[in-house]
Design a protein around this ligand. Sequence first.
Ligand SMILES: [Zn+2]
Length: 765
Amino acid sequence: MKTNYLFLILLILSIAACSTFESPKLYQKLSITPKPVELERTNTPFSLDKNTSIDFDDNIPELAIAAGYFNKFLKDQYHFQLPVNKKSDTTIRLVLKKISDKQEEYQLIVNSDSIVITANQTQGILHGLESLKQIIYPSQELSNGKIEIPGVKITDYPAYSWRGMHLDVCRHFFPKEEILQLLDAMAAAKLNIFHWHLTDDQGWRIEIKKYPKLTQIGAFRDSTIIGHMADNPKKYKVERYGEYYTQEDIKEVVQYAGNLGITVVPEIEMPGHAVAALRAYPQYSCNGKHVDDFSEWGVSDDVYCAGNEKTFAFLQDILSEVIDLFPSPYIHIGGDECPKTKWKTCPKCQAKMRLLHLDNEMELQSYFIKRIEKFVRSKGKRLVGWNEILEGGLAEGAMVMSWQGEKGGIVAAKQGHDVIMTPNAKVYLDHYQSKYYEPLAIAGLTTPEEIYNWSPMPKELDAKYKKFILGAQANVWTEYIPNNDHLEYMIFPRLIALSEILWTGKDRKDFADFTSRMNEMYARLDAMHIHYRIPYPENLLPYKIFTKQKIELPLTNGIPSSTILYTLNGENPLEKGEKYTKPLLLNLKQDVELKAVSVMPSGRHSAVITSSLRYRKPEKAIRTNHVKAGLTYHLYKGEFSSAEKLTGKHTTGVIESLMIPKETPEHFFGLQYEGLIEVPEDGMYQFRLTADDGATLYIHNKLVITRDGFSYGSDAVGYALLKKGLHPIRINYFQAKYGKELRLEASLNENQTPILLHYFHKAQN
Ligand SMILES: [Zn+2]
């Protein structure tokens, strides 16, 4: 630990010595993210110094707070502050005035004697000040007591009114101070909704005065699963875990967010995800009995009893306290993933269904949500729920968050309900964010580029329903995110990509331009001490084959202010690396183990990537006429943890292609496939092997892909240089529990279009 720290200091000093350290010259001017709607450069630069006054109507306290934020920024970055409402030759004027019908619109005009920000509302003034901060930092330095600000005229407003982020504080808890820091970063990206997931099976995180046991008991659990939920066997850390926010904490967060123009939407989960509450008050479950800790991830069968009148009184008491704490016009009540197991056998739930002539438990859930919606509405608030609240009929004024794809959102919009798009495949920030070198995550792959290329507006929605799509938000579930550094790593930069598509709108989207502006955003996140993910040098695969011995290899990461360090002999580039300046000229007569890393001006660095670079001659095809279509397979029954260790008795058969034969059991088996594949031409083939659980691929008896061990259907890539014709292939696979999947795809010469693989096996005579 000590040596690492010393090394970091040496690294910072050595980069600083290169004289490029944090130089404003490395940063583009007028780099604003999200990109403004209209930006016109003018020839009227403004010189800001300590006499420049910030002027505003001091009868409006919100403007004083906004001016205070700007002064804090100047103090943090440039070590001086401006007077407010003082007579001065140069001024920054904050003007509230009706300029348009667009709620959050602002205009920012930089003239030689004044900077004027005009907006309909304080929120617009805040957005304008944020843009001004971005014009200043990091591209401008303080020189002779002055900061030069380029002349510009900006008119700007968001494409969507709901631009949010959700945070689960139940699976893991994040203290108030960390929430405040996240809110700062959200405001910098002009986001305006913070959806706070405060209750779930694993913990109840908000103090409720009337029911103190919710936090005394429900905020703590005695053990927590470690590793992945799919691991077999499961492992637990037996240690009391928990914490909660007092009502004073909540008020402070709500106030802080409000000052930044962010609405905090609380979520109180019901009727499912209720274990923490039911541990404290088991009388509101179906059988009224003690409920155990929920120490793992997933969905519990223990839910609130929908047949007990007292359950509704309990929940309404809780909601009343919550509503008093949050000025938000929206109250989120969850509504997702509610198993009906207990309701089916509960006399009270069944009696309620008979009384109300409900046909099934889905309708009982709908009754539950409708009743809560009515209560929430009676308090002057609007109910928001996950898309499962559509099941059995949607409550009158409810808003829907579409998380299981976009379908629920489309259905709700067509019924005239407001919708927030949060499809899990697109905006769940608990997914992996690159193919390699990432910390353990739940599943999936969601890159900033995929988020950027997505649109919250479903293509199939008719124009007349588009107004119901209010916007989108990123959802951050924290099963696999145990601390704040990890949290910020998962959120940034992906949240910035989402903020741009929600603000800038699809007509002005440009991912290359966005990427170039991230250079400056990273510097701003550094200034906020946000532990974002640093991109490692791109386009390097763990294993790469070349058909030429001499190659030229560029290394880029898209961040001009960063340094790329590399080694060619497998040594750690952070210790022994050379600074990358131009494409590497390599001779692959000997195998090369390239390692590379991106280092930011702050001294923080990306993951170290390793790429085995190889020169290989193509594999010759096998000449034989004695083949039949299909692969031979051997089926091993038993519990395996590796595809390489299939043992015991087996049965043998032939199957037409690489599929899991019907005769296999649901769980616990292994398969070995043998045969030939036919490739259509000479070239370098990329193979992608997807397995749930594990698999390996051999071609010509050489290991091409290892995707072994337990997984929820993740994939891996390998390469082989093949001549046209038939090549021997072997695939090992095992399945433990849960989903089963095995898939092999191939493409030619780095072309992403898949080619059709034909499988054969040697004929017996
Ligand atoms: Zn019940």
